[in-house]
Design a protein around this ligand. Sequence first.
Ligand SMILES: Nc1ncnc2c1ncn2[C@@H]1O[C@H](COP(=O)(O)OP(=O)(O)OP(=O)(O)O)[C@@H](O)[C@H]1O
Ligand SMILES: [Mg+2]
Length: 226
Amino acid sequence: MAVPMKILTAENVSYAYKTKYQTVYALREVSCTFETGKLYAIVGRSGSGKSTLLSMLSGMAMPDQGKIIVQGEELTAKKLPKHRRDNISVIYQAFNLFPQLTVLENVTFPMEIVRRERDGYTEKARTLLESVGIKENQFRKLPAQLSGGEQQRVAIARSLGSPGKIMLADEPTGNLDTENGKIVLDILKDLSYKKGYCVIIVTHDMDIAAKSDAVYHMQDGRLERG
Ligand SMILES: Nc1ncnc2c1ncn2[C@@H]1O[C@H](COP(=O)(O)OP(=O)(O)OP(=O)(O)O)[C@@H](O)[C@H]1O
Ligand SMILES: [Mg+2]
């Protein structure tokens, strides 16, 4: 595998949710660096700021203070859409598949929207689905007709339609039993070790934390490596 490369850095990132009645300081001067070919775990109590950190890293919002640096370049508000489109793959605890679309369509639909190439979406989607162990006879089913583990694998295939090498996973095994959790973790591990992805997993699962290259702990909006 290629030499690990710094792909994503947060530098003194702070972020607060402001409503009319209160301000919640969700991130306080968070700094961390992530490399390609590695698997990272972010752990911490509910409300400690883990998902907020992922949304900063994925370019869903700009930090109030501090910087996000992607491949040496600082993210600006103007660059957020391109960052989300070209660099980032995301998966969630609740899978978030489109319920009315078939398994295959769930994977082709985002590609059709982005229209990176003129066609070939179906072929690419089939390859991605097969790469996560979803078989041809599942392609025409609706998500509800699949098991949770299969749905998460479809969500991974869908997210890999993006060309980016950064995979952000927010509690990807939170709704899965041990066996399916292990299958999903193995897919994420292969992405990092075999395909060179930088994989960042928010998790409560200590088994995932134990198997990752580095663990970050979040507490009250602060991040510690340990
Ligand atoms: N949209 C929002 N508006 C206001 N406050 C929010 C919003 N989203 C999150 N928060 C608050 O920001 C803090 C950090 O939330 P965040 O979702 O990042 O935590 P988390 O570590 O992901 O928690 P969990 O493990 O429960 O998913 C919490 O205090 C939360 O209540
Ligand atoms: Mg969260």
